[in-house]
Write a new protein. Structure first.
Length: 250
């Protein structure tokens, strides 16, 4: 099943496009360098890398989103594969980037090792993650808690990529790790607008609705989420913190 192809992730991707620009700029790309965009979605980072003159390759598990990315960035190559099993040779890329994507890969240690494997010594890896605060974290946390109450997670708990100590643990074996906090600005929105987009368009919330609505828990989640978004300051001109981690490969 194409889990990330349901709904319209394009709406969320458009909101996150400025993050891709920041992350790709941090790589300091030169013309002709090879860049891997892991969990590329609609290809925001691939577009930014292509605009910088790099040779971009995007990778995702969603066939539909890969088709969207191909249309948006015809100068890049796009591959259907998982972040924990990258179909590339050791050191094939000069850089790699993942915009809120590799954080969903399991197991996280294998995903981190694969990122490092395909980037040459002296190359760089840029990853963006959500820290445990701000409106996005507030809404996502409530959703995960509600889903866990209906369907407890199987296997080990996922790593908290928003925790600096976890980022250091996962990535420091492969090079020097630098972590900086940035802000993503939301224009002309309200908590109600955000929730409406989530439940109508976002793949994660669409899946959650399928689980929670039959139990009667969906309406409660809507009320709690809107309240949490408002308390976290979501509104016109609101900002959400995110972490940009850059690894300089040994």
């Amino acid at each position: 099943m194409d889990e990330w192809g349901v709904g319209s992730y394009e709406a969320t991707a458009a909101e996150l496009a400025p993050v891709s620009d920041v992350a790709v700029a941090a790589l300091g790309l030169r013309a002709g360098e090879r860049v891997l965009d892991v969990a590329c979605g609609t290809g925001n980072a691939s577009l930014a890398a292509d605009a910088a003159g790099a040779r971009a390759t995007g990778l995702d598990t969603s066939r539909r989103l890969l088709e969207v990315a191909r249309e948006r960035c015809p100068g890049a190559e796009f591959v259907l594969a998982d972040a924990t099993e990258l179909p590339f040779a050791d050191g094939q890329f000069d850089s790699a980037v993942s915009i809120f994507g590799v954080i969903f890969a399991q197991p996280p240690e294998q995903a981190a090792a694969e990122l490092a494997r395909v980037v040459r010594p002296g190359g760089q890896i840029a990853i963006t993650t959500w820290p445990p605060r701000g409106p996005i974290f507030a809404g996502a946390s409530l959703m995960r808690e509600a889903v866990a109450g209906v369907r407890p997670p199987e296997g080990a708990s996922p790593a908290d990529w928003g925790d600096r100590s976890v980022l250091e643990r996962l990535l420091s074996p492969y090079g020097v790790v630098e972590i900086a906090e940035h802000q993503l600005t939301y224009e002309n929105t309200t908590p109600e607008d955000v929730w409406e987009r989530w439940e109508r368009l976002h793949p994660m919330w669409i899946r959650a609705r399928g689980l929670l609505q039959p139990t009667g828990a969906w309406e409660r989640l809507r009320e709690d989420s809107i309240a949490a978004l408002r308390e976290a300051g979501m509104g016109a001109g609101a900002t959400a913190p995110y972490l940009l981690t850059v690894v300089k490969r040994d």
